[in-house]
Ligand binder design. Structure first.
Ligand code: SF4
Length: 347
């Protein structure tokens, strides 16, 4: 969205003025074709536009080749250490490869670049705080933003020197502040940028860390594609990424749910209803706004502003659609109708 260059990953444009692209990574065994493709389909349904798959061993080759062929979205191969796997990934049709220059020699990088150039396949240079080149780590003592930036800058220079510029860059750290500072420096290099706080933790901690790092950078003009890394199902990575983008008004096809935090005035089980609403909306691709409000204090105001909303009064529920009251009555009956109406948005 913010860099001047655009790089295509399959049919997905990244960079330039294009919208921010959501990606995730499978956590199945790549040699298990069925489980991996099932997960890719699930991620795609949920909103992933490109999916990264590990290519740790040549034994995965046949499976990865079939995955690339059958996937509904472009597949990126994640490569570490073995340059031959990078070349193999390009040969079998991966739309992009992600390599870590900290663990591939310059001589082998040159071989990868030669094949990527021939096949016109983009490369993400992914620098991670946990796997920096030894000499850089020695110079800075720890994986600071300066260390991350020096590493990626050297790599970019190497690629450009070899005549290859179909690059996407990422500098990731588990430290949110270092990740932010390193990414701000990437403005100087002017390539599309992939954002994420790596090894961020479980759903709560990881979502918060990623939301801070990713949203700060996007709002400051850095970032073209994002991955929220979580120690949990990658499906939650997509959910979090979608909420980040819609919260900062960078996505127009994500539902919004407004739900009150509940208090002693609450007239029905707002927490359970809110969870059910999220379940119903999980694969919905629209900007429908839903309100679940526990009482009349803020309820009618928020519900009126929503496409569909429910609120409660003494012994009654009230259902709103686009500001109009469409039902008033016992809460159970109103809730039943509310869910039925909501399910229509998924069709
Ligand atoms: S909307 Fe009503 S029930 Fe919900 S937190 Fe506010 S006062 Fe409490």
């Amino acid at each position: 969205m913010n860099s001047k260059k655009t790089v295509y990953v399959g049919n997905i444009p990244i960079g330039g003025k294009h919208p921010v692209v959501i990606q995730s990574m499978t956590n199945t065994k790549t040699e298990d074709y069925k489980s991996t493709l099932d997960q890719i389909n699930q991620l795609y349904e949920r909103g992933a536009q490109i999916v990264r798959v590990s290519y740790p061993d040549i034994k995965c080759k046949d499976s990865l080749k079939k995955i690339v062929k059958d996937s509904p979205c472009p597949i990126i191969a994640d490569i570490h250490f073995d340059y031959k796997l990078a070349i193999s990934a390009i040969d079998i049709g991966c739309a992009k490869i992600r390599i870590n220059p900290g663990n591939i020699s310059k001589r082998n990088l040159s071989e990868i670049i030669k094949v990527a150039k021939e096949k016109d396949v983009p490369i993400r240079i992914g620098v991670n705080g946990g796997s920096l080149e030894k000499e850089i780590l020695k110079k800075y003592n720890y994986p600071s933003s300066d260390a991350l930036f020096e590493s990626i800058k050297k790599s970019v220079e190497f690629f450009l020197d070899k005549g290859f510029d179909k690059l996407i860059l990422s500098v990731k750290s588990s430290d949110v502040i270092e990740m932010i500072k390193a990414n701000l420096k990437l403005k100087e290099l002017d390539f599309p940028v992939h954002l994420g706080v790596t090894e961020a933790g479980g759903i709560l901690r990881g979502s918060i860390k990623n939301s801070i790092g990713i949203s700060y950078l996007l709002l400051n003009g850095v970032g073209d594609t994002i991955r929220v890394s979580l120690s949990d199902s990658p499906v939650y990575e997509i959910d979090t990424a979608k909420i980040i983008l819609s919260s900062i008004h960078m996505s127009s096809n994500v539902p919004d749910v407004i739900a009150c935090p509940t208090c002693s005035r609450t007239t029905f089980d707002v927490v359970s209803v809110q969870k059910e609403v999220e379940n119903i909306l999980e694969n919905v691709k629209s900007n429908v706004k839903v309100a679940v409000m526990g009482c009349v204090v803020n309820g009618p105001g928020e519900a009126k502003d929503a496409d569909i909303g429910i609120t409660g009064g003494k012994d009654i529920g009230v259902l709103f659609k686009k500001g109009e009251i469409v039902q008033k009555g016992p809460i159970d009956k109103v809730l039943k109708n509310f869910y039925e109406e909501l399910r229509k948005y998924g069709k």
